[in-house]
Design a binder for this molecule. Structure first.
Ligand SMILES: [Zn+2]
Length: 435
């Protein structure tokens, strides 16, 4: 196939020239383009609004091996922004159509589609990629991928990170005119778990505000939706897909707003509040995705220093961006060398397991933990033969099982509820001196 003339002109300016802004160890050379096109495998998770943009940006940036995974099929409402899809694609898998269309349009790129849930792929599937790009809209899916990627991490006994086990992730997210892009190097920069507080809880209004002191058009709409409907239309179930129901909510909300001298209740706002819709904006997806693709290019080639480590974008009034260097949680249950727990010197393995099961931090993450220390199985829940063999250890002192070192060490916990290993850093509290 004949290469379009000048096709790689812009990329070559980044890859063939030295500079002050290059990343550590960068050596300008033509082989970097080969590396992008042949050796670097990138996974794009999600083929929706962000995913379409990401696939296009990565392909045009020279990435030659891209996989995309998405469980959804194309809906007619996607077409205004998910530009890889056409009206005759409605009902088909997003991942497949997106992959085919990129390959039609960008010569020489191989896109492999996976039409399934992210949980259906095993850990080794995710391990094969050099970079994982997230174009997701749910916190649950992000947390799942985060736990998989953090499970790759390996630490030396002294807590030093094995850098070859880092799987870089680039995450994009958009909500209306706002968005973010972040670079996650698990074990080095904060993982999702470290910064879960960044995701605010769903906004709900206190009922007393709705009933007594409404201050915004949304308050008036929610009052009619949550309270007045049940009073005026007793026994009727509200259906947010019924235009008549929605119109009624809108009209009553206008009346209520007038009563409290509040303006701004519209039919579309009513729909937005009641259905909890945040409009998807194509330009936000394009901007956030461009930032993410550029970070992937930097990670793959070191042609520039990477973003450190979280960029927020606000497009409501003008264009505003701000980049913050968030910090790791040193005790993160996903990415840290070990979550600290303190047990008594006389603690048995069984008591230690009970302590873990009762610990708030691991709640809902453990059901039947198996425990190992420096490659030795201390207790295995399965198979039965190993359970029987290791069961006597439950009554032994943990301190002696861990080699008698009073400063403790790191236990590896496996559990069928976990996607990877949970590292727990045990320290022994000093025995009470009773003399
Ligand atoms: Zn973390």
């Amino acid at each position: 196939m004949e290469e379009l003339q000048g096709r790689w002109h812009d990329l070559d300016r980044l890859l063939l020239r030295p500079g002050n802004l290059v990343g550590p160890g960068f050596e300008p050379c033509a082989e970097l383009r080969d590396l992008l096109q042949n050796d670097c495998k990138v996974l794009v998770i999600g083929a929706g609004g962000l995913g379409c943009e990401l696939l296009k940006d990565l392909a045009l940036s020279g990435f030659g091996n891209i996989d995309v995974i998405d469980m959804d099929t194309i809906d007619v409402s996607n077409l205004n922004r998910q530009f890889l899809f056409r009206i005759h694609d409605v009902g088909k898998p997003k991942a497949q159509v997106a992959a085919d269309r990129i390959m039609q349009r960008v010569k020489g790129v191989m896109v492999t589609a996976h039409f399934c849930r992210i949980e259906e792929k095993d850990v080794d599937f995710y391990r094969q990629f050099q970079i994982i790009m997230l174009g997701l809209d749910s916190l649950e899916a992000r947390s799942y991928i985060n736990s998989v990627v953090c499970s790759f991490l390996e630490y030396e006994p002294d807590g030093g990170l094995d850098y070859s086990t880092i799987k870089p992730m680039v995450d994009g997210g958009t909500e209306g005119f706002k968005g973010h892009a972040r670079v996650i190097l698990p074990g080095v920069t904060p993982c999702f778990q470290c910064t879960l507080w960044l995701f605010p809880p769903q906004i709900t209004f206190p009922l007393c505000t709705l009933a007594e002191t409404p201050r915004s058009p949304a308050h008036c709409i929610e009052y009619v939706h949550l309270i007045q409907w049940g009073q005026d239309r007793v026994g009727e179930k509200f259906d947010s897909d019924s235009p008549e129901h929605m119109k009624w909510i809108f009209e009553q909300a206008v009346k209520r707003a007038t009563q409290f001298c509040i303006s701004g209740v519209t039919y579309s706002l009513t729909q937005g509040v009641v259905k909890n819709i945040i409009p998807a904006i194509a330009s936000t997806n394009a901007i956030v995705s461009a930032v993410c693709a550029l970070e992937a290019l930097k990670i793959a080639t070191m042609c520039s220093k990477g973003m450190d480590n979280y960029m927020m974008y606000v497009g409501t009034q003008g264009v505003y961006t701000h980049t913050v260097s968030y910090e790791k949680d040193p005790n993160c249950i996903m990415c840290s060398p070990g979550v600290p727990i303190e047990v008594d010197c006389s603690c048995t393995l069984q008591e230690c397991i009970d302590t873990l099961l009762n610990d708030q931090r691991f709640k809902a993450k453990l059901s039947r933990p198996s425990v190992s220390f420096q490659g030795t199985n201390l207790y295995m829940q399965a198979p039965p033969i190993l359970e029987e063999l290791t069961r006597p250890n439950l009554r032994l002192s943990l301190l002696s099982l861990m080699g008698g070192n009073p400063s403790g060490g790191v236990l590896n916990i496996n559990d069928k509820k976990l996607h990877g290993v949970l590292r727990v850093r045990v320290s022994f509290s000093k025995e009470m001196d009773t003399t």
